[in-house]
Design a binder for this molecule. Structure first.
Ligand code: SAH
Length: 282
């Protein structure tokens, strides 16, 4: 630990806290927790991780909770500058990775424009760590050589406008979608319209890597109905693709609870071998 950098006065460390399990934070984030005077954290950062902070550290919440409106991005960025200028050692802690759908880049640019020195500490993003805890590989030789991370939440509240769904459906055998729980129906329709089969496997991973983790396995055709019936809570990731089937052999958490795993991959197909209908209308 002694060789790790020191969080100096007037600096901001913009760090990822991973998806939830405190065992998944990096040594650098731990170092920040132990050295910071002030920790400005988001809603997705778990209490167990905050509990690792130095006892004299001031914890400042900067997210949405209990129905209160979320702090404005500009207010958070301004607060970081204020704290740094007051000579504090500042840890800005975000769920997952700060630069994956986390507006970490915006905060860093604000620091740059105000001359505040900073370091970026990556975290394990939910789209990687959450899948690992669900026993779903992002890539596998049997299924895919590409994967796409997508947000289900565009700037105006609907689906992101800049997604070419036909191109995505064709090019990306596995799609991992953040912030999608309330838009699963819309997203499934887009994939189906773009030629992906109704029986294509889908997994919904809720509260990944925490003790409340729940995984729902469904298909593009059924996911909207299945989700309505299941009690699935945010935050959740959606995974679309054949890799979901590999969970049968890799659900190590399930195995801890007695589930029997199967190493048989004979029913798993690469996307290129599946029948796709790209001659659809629209
Ligand atoms: N920077 C974060 C993502 C922030 S966007 C990261 O890299 O993980 C917030 C979205 O992340 C949520 O809507 C959800 O889709 C996903 N997410 C974050 N933590 C999660 C968790 N523990 N389980 C499931 N999804 C999670």
């Amino acid at each position: 630990m002694n060789r790790l950098p020191v969080l100096d006065k007037g600096w901001v460390w913009l760090a990822g806290a991973g998806p939830g399990d405190p065992g998944l934070i990096s040594l650098l984030t731990l170092r920040g927790l132990q050295q910071a005077d002030v920790i400005v954290y988001d809603a997705l950062v778990s209490q167990e991780i905050l509990d690792m902070a130095h006892e004299a550290a001031v914890l400042e919440y900067a997210g949405k909770r209990g129905g209160r409106p979320s702090a404005k991005q500009s207010d958070i960025s301004e607060r970081l500058v204020e704290l740094a200028r007051a000579g504090k050692k500042v840890l800005r802690l975000k769920g997952g990775d700060p630069l994956v759908f986390g507006r970490g880049g915006e905060e860093a640019r604000y620091l740059v424009s105000h001359g505040i020195p900073f370091r970026i500490i990556p975290g394990i993003t939910a789209g990687v760590g959450g899948l690992a805890y669900a026993g779903i590989p992002l890539t596998d030789r049997h299924t895919n050589s590409a994967v796409t991370f997508l947000t289900g939440h565009g700037a105006d509240g609907g689906l992101a406008k800049d997604i070419d769904w036909d191109a995505l459906a064709k090019a990306s055998p596995v799609v991992v979608i953040y912030m999608a729980l309330s838009r699963v129906g819309l997203i499934a329709q887009q994939f189906l319209k773009s030629g992906r089969p109704a029986e294509e496997p889908v997994a919904v991973i809720s509260r990944a890597t925490t003790s409340d983790q729940v995984v729902l396995e469904t298909t593009l055709g059924r996911c909207e109905d299945d989700l309505k019936k299941a009690k699935i809570e945010a935050p959740a990731m959606i995974v679309v693709g054949e890799v979901v089937k590999l969970r049968a052999g890799l659900d190590w958490l399930g195995a801890l609870g007695g589930k029997k795993l199967s190493a048989d991959v004979s029913s798993v197909r690469p996307q290129g071998e599946r029948k796709m209908d790209f001659d659809h209308e629209g």
